[in-house]
Design a binder for this molecule. Structure first.
Ligand code: BGC
Ligand code: NOJ
Length: 811
C-alpha cells in the first residue's frame, strides 16, 4: 500500500493523505539554521546545535503523535481547521504534502478555502519562510480569520523539558507591530533571540500559550481560535508562543498571499540593547525586509532550487529503471547531504539532545557527499582529525558548537581511527587534493599538540597495530562498528548505558571486523605513503597488513564464514560452535572487501553463507540465530528482543558491504538484488508494512525474528545513506574515483543492456555510456574516450573544464 507517489520531474515525494503510518519528514536548511518538518508541518528548528540552540518546541513521543510545529488555523464562521491537518485533524476536502529538496509544500482545502503553505530555509539566511497562499475556491465571499502558531523552546532543549522550577519563570517576549520577539535569557548570557513576523498588519496576537489555548485545552482547539479573536496576551514566564491574527476577506476565486518569517539573530555583546530592556532589532528588521513581498520569496525559492540542482548535477544516471534512477539522482544524494549536515543529531528518532557528532559516523558520511561539496568534506575531515587523541585513538563524539571531543562518551571504540583514513582517502580520490595531508591539525583540539594530517593518519593506522590481542587480531575496546557488541562491558546495572559504562580492561577481546577493516583501509594508507615517497612507512605498514591477513586466515575463519570476534575469555563469537549468534554480517562484508579469501574460495563461501543464513525478503539480517536471552559477555546486542536493532534486524548500513563484496566477486545479479530489497523506492509499495518514509533509508528494518518483520525504524540520519550510495554508484554502476582518475568497472545484473552516467569529476564532465551486449555482470573489454580507444578502464582526470565522452563495452 502506498500513501503517495514520486514526482521525479519536480524531485518531490507527494504524500496524498495525512494518515501516513508515521509522520514522514523532510529537512530544511543547509548549514546553520536547520529544521525538521513533517507532512503535518510538525517538527522544530534550531541554530547549529539541536540541543543548545533549539528555537521551537516539539514533543517527542507525545500522543497524539507529531505535536509541535508551525501551525495555521483558519476560522471560517463557526468552523475552524488547519491546512496541515494537524493539529485540528479536521477532515480536508483536499490534502497534499510535497517534500522537495530543502522545502515542503503542504496544501489543505476545506469548505472551499484552499491554503497552500510553502516552508523553506533560504540559502544563506538564518530563518524559516512560511509562505501562504489562501484561495477562495467557493462561489461565496469568505470572511476568514487566520491564526498562526509556533511555540518557543527556551533554547536548551534538555533543560526545557526538565527544569521547570526555573523555566516557568524565565520566558520573555517583545511585541512590535507584526513581529513577536522571543528574548528569553537574552537579559543575561545569551546574545541571540528569535522572532516570528508576518508581512501585513495584524489584527491581534498572543504570546502566552495558556491564554491562547485556554485552560486544559490542546493545540487542536485553542480558545482564541474558537472565539475567533486573539487575547493580545503578553508572556511573562510560563510558555511563550508567537501567534498572529489576521482577518482576510476573499471574493470567490480571489487569493491572498502572506509571508511569515521565523528568524534567528545573534548580536555582538556591545550591541545587544537598543535601550535598557529593549533588544536591538536591526538585524531582524533587515531579514524581514528581504522577504517583504511574495516576489522576494519566489526569488529566494528559485535560488534554493538552483542550489540543489547544482549539488545533484554531479552525478546522474539513466538506467531506464525509475526506481533506481530516482534513488541515485535525487533521494539518496539528498539524504547523504542532509545526513552530513546533521550527523545523528536530530530526527524523529534522535532527539537532538543525546548525541554529538560521531567520529565514525561523520567520517562515513563523507563517502556519500564528497562529490557534491568537497570543500565541506575537507573542512569536516580536518575538524574530526582535530579531536583525535595523540595515540591515534579518537573521542567517539564531538559537539558541533564547540567542535571539541565529548568526554561523556569518551573513546576506546577501536574501529574509530580507521574511518579517518577511509574518509581522507575518498576525499583525495574525489578531488586529487593531496595538500590536505600537509595541513597542520591539532590533537585533542590543543594547538600545542599539532601535526600534519598525514601524521594523524599514520597514528590512526598504528593505533590498531599497537592494540593487538592474543591472536594478533585488533583488540575491540569498548566496541567496533557494532556499538552493541560490548565484549568488555559486563553490565549488570540497568541504570547505566552500555555505551558509557565502565569496562573491564580488555586485553583479550578481539574484533575480526576491525581486522578486515584494517586490511581494507590499510591498503589506502600504503598507497598514500607510496605517493608521498614515504617508502619506509609504506613497507612497514604493508608488513602489518600481511600479518593481519594471516591472522584472519588462521584465526578469523570458521569453516564456512568469517568469525565475528573473540570474547573477553578468548572464546569465539559468530561461530558454528555458538548456540546463538553463529554468523554475523559485518565480517563477511569487510573481509571480502579487503580481498581476503578471494583466491581460495573462502570469500565465496562466506558470501554464500550470507545468502543461506542471513538473507530475507526484507534484506540481510545482522546476525543469526538471533539472541534470545541477555548474555552479559556480549552486551547490548543481546539486550534487544530478537529481530530488532543489532540483534538480527536488517541494518541498512551494512547490507551495502555485502553488495560491494558481491561486486568484488563479480556477482552483479546478487548485488543488485540486495540493493533493491532495501532501497526505499522499492519498498514504497509496502509502505504500510515499512511504515517510514519511502524516499530515504532508515537504520533498521525489523528482521525475520521480529513480531512484524519488515517494519522500519530510525529513518534519515544513518550511515545507510552513504554506504548505499557508494555500493550503487561505485560498485554496481562501477563509476569509482581513484587517485589517478575515474575507474569504470560496473558489476550489474546480466539482463541490463547498459546505462549512461553524467559525472562531474575534478573539473571535467564525463558523459559515460556503458553497453552490455553480451549480457555479462562484470568485465570491461573496450573503452573509448573522445573517440580514442584506451588501454585501461581508468579514465584520466582531464581537469580541463570540458565535456568528455566515454564509451564502455562490457564483456
Ligand atoms: C544503538 C546503536 C547505536 C548506539 C549509540 C545503541 O543503543 O543500538 O545502534 O549505535 O546506541 O548511540
Ligand atoms: C548507529 C551508530 O550511529 C553507528 O555509529 C553504529 O556503527 C551503528 N549504530 C551500529 O551499531
Amino acid at each position: 500500500m502506498k500513501f503517495g507517489y514520486f514526482d521525479d520531474n519536480k524531485r518531490e515525494y507527494v504524500i496524498t493523505t495525512p494518515l501516513t503510518p508515521f509522520p514522514w519528514i523532510n529537512y530544511l536548511g543547509m548549514k546553520d539554521f536547520l529544521s525538521l518538518i513533517s507532512n503535518h508541518a510538525g517538527g522544530y528548528c534550531f541554530y547549529k546545535d539541536a540541543r543548545l540552540r533549539r528555537i521551537t518546541r516539539f514533543r517527542y513521543n507525545n500522543v497524539p503523535l507529531d505535536m509541535g510545529g508551525r501551525y495555521f488555523y483558519i476560522k471560517d464562521n463557526e468552523d475552524f481547521w488547519s491546512p496541515s491537518w494537524m493539529p485540528t485533524r479536521k477532515v480536508l476536502e483536499f490534502y497534499e504534502c510535497r517534500h522537495g529538496l530543502g522545502y515542503t509544500i503542504i496544501t489543505g482545502r476545506r469548505n472551499g478555502v484552499e491554503v497552500e503553505q510553502t516552508f523553506f530555509v533560504p540559502v544563506d539566511e538564518n530563518c524559516e519562510i512560511h509562505y501562504l497562499k489562501i484561495t477562495n475556491k467557493s462561489t461565496q465571499p469568505k470572511d476568514l480569520t487566520l491564526f498562526s502558531l509556533i511555540e518557543f523552546c527556551l533554547w536548551n532543549a534538555l533543560d526545557d523539558m526538565t527544569n521547570f522550577q526555573r523555566n516557568l519563570s524565565t520566558g520573555e517576549v517583545e511585541i512590535e507591530g507584526s513581529v513577536i520577539y522571543h528574548k528569553t535569557e537574552y537579559r543575561e548570557r545569551r546574545n541571540h533571540y528569535s522572532f516570528y513576523s508576518v508581512n501585513v498588519p495584524i489584527d491581534g496576537f498572543d504570546t502566552d500559550r495558556d491564554t491562547f489555548l485556554g485552560l486544559y485545552r490542546g493545540f487542536d482547539a485553542p480558545l482564541a481560535v474558537e472565539n475567533g479573536k486573539s487575547f493580545n496576551s503578553e508572556a511573562h514566564g510560563w510558555a511563550p508562543i508567537a501567534s498572529h491574527m489576521i482577518k482576510i476577506s476573499l471574493q470567490p476565486g480571489e487569493a491572498k498571499e502572506l509571508v511569515f518569517v521565523l528568524g534567528y539573530v545573534e548580536n555582538d555583546e556591545d550591541k545587544k540593547w537598543l535601550k535598557k530592556g529593549v533588544i536591538n532589532k536591526e538585524k531582524a528588521y533587515k531579514m524581514i525586509e528581504k522577504f517583504k513581498n511574495p516576489e522576494d520569496v519566489q526569488r529566494s525559492f528559485e535560488n534554493l532550487r538552483l542550489f540543489w540542482s547544482n549539488l545533484l548535477n554531479k552525478f546522474n544516471v539513466l538506467t531506464g529503471i525509475d526506481k533506481v534512477d530516482r534513488m541515485v539522482n535525487i533521494w539518496n544524494q539528498y539524504q547523504c547531504m542532509v545526513t552530513f549536515n546533521l550527523s545523528r543529531s536530530a530526527s524523529y528518532f534522535e532527539s537532538g539532545i543525546g548525541r554529538g557528532m560521531g567520529f565514525r559516523d561523520s567520517n562515513q558520511d563523507i563517502l556519500g557527499f564528497v562529490h557534491q561539496i568537497p570543500e565541506r568534506a575537507r573542512e569536516r575531515i580536518l575538524d574530526l582529525a582535530a579531536t583525535q587523541l595523540e595515540d591515534g585513538g579518537a573521542y567517539h563524539q564531538y559537539q558541533p558548537l564547540t567542535k571539541r571531543g565529548n568526554n561523556e562518551i569518551g573513546s576506546n571504540f577501536n574501529d574509530d581511527p580507521l574511518w579517518l583514513i577511509l574518509s581522507t582517502a575518498h576525499y583525495i580520490k574525489e578531488t586529487g587534493d593531496w595538500s590536505i595531508l600537509d595541513e597542520i591539525v591539532p590533537f585533542e583540539n590543543d594547538p600545542q599538540k599539532a601535526a600534519s594530517m598525514f601524521e594523524h593518519l599514520r597514528r590512526a593506522f598504528y593505533h590498531v597495530v599497537n592494540n593487538l590481542g592474543p591472536h594478533g587480531l585488533p583488540l575491540i575496546g569498548r566496541a567496533d562498528w557494532n556499538d552493541c557488541l560490548n565484549l568488555n562491558a559486563f553490565s549488570t546495572n540497568p541504570d547505566e548505558s552500555f555505551q558509557t559504562c565502565d569496562n573491564k580492561d580488555g586485553k583479550t577481546a578481539e574484533s575480526v571486523m576491525i581486522a578486515g577493516m584494517f586490511v581494507y583501509v590499510g591498503k589506502e594508507f600504503v598507497k598514500i605513503c607510496e605517493r608521498l615517497g614515504k617508502e619506509d612507512i609504506a613497507k612497514d605498514a604493508q608488513y602489518h597488513i600481511e600479518k593481519m591477513k594471516e591472522a584472519i586466515l588462521n584465526y578469523g575463519y570458521d569453516g564456512e564464514w568469517f568469525l565475528r570476534a573473540y570474547d573477553y575469555f578468548g572464546n569465539k563469537v559468530g561461530s558454528k560452535e555458538n548456540d546463538e549468534g553463529k554468523i554475523f554480517i559485518e565480517t563477511q562484508g569487510f573481509c571480502v572487501m579487503a580481498g581476503i579469501g578471494l583466491d581460495d574460495g573462502k570469500a565465496i563461501s562466506a558470501l554464500d553463507s550470507v545468502k543461506k543464513y542471513l538473507d530475507t525478503e526484507h534484506g540481510i539480517v545482522l546476525v543469526q540465530p538471533a539472541f534470545t536471552e541477555y548474555k552479559i559477555h556480549l552486551g547490548e546486542i543481546t539486550s534487544y528482543p530478537p529481530g530488532y536493532k543489532e540483534n538480527a534486524a536488517v541494518f541498512c548500513h551494512n547490507n551495502p558491504w555485502i553488495m560491494i563484496a558481491e561486486c568484488i566477486v563479480g556477482r552483479g545479479d546478487r548485488a543488485f538484488e540486495y540493493w533493491s530489497k532495501i532501497a526505499p523506492s522499492y519498498r514504497e509499495e509496502i509502505s504500510d508494512v515499512h511504515k517510514l518514509e519511502p524516499y530515504v533509508y532508515c537504520q533498521m528494518i525489523a528482521g525475520k525474528d521480529a513480531y512484524k518483520p519488515g517494519e522500519a525504524k530510525n529513518s534519515w540520519l544513518t550511515g545507510s545513506a552513504a554506504w548505499n550510495f557508494v555500493a550503487m554508484t561505485q560498485w554496481i554502476l562501477g563509476i569509482r574515483p581513484d587517485y589517478d582518475g575515474l575507474l569504470i568497472d560496473p558489476c550489474v545484473p546480466r539482463e541490463w543492456k547498459g546505462f549512461t552516467v553524467k559525472r562531474v569529476f575534478r573539473n571535467a564532465i564525463y558523459n559515460i555510456q556503458v553497453k552490455n551486449p553480451d549480457g555479462v555482470s562484470k568485465g570491461v573489454k573496450k573503452v573509448v574516450v573522445d573517440g580514442k580507444e584506451m588501454s585501461s578502464n581508468l579514465i584520466p582526470a582531464f581537469s580541463d573544464g570540458k565535456e568528455h565522452f566515454v564509451e564502455v563495452i562490457m564483456g
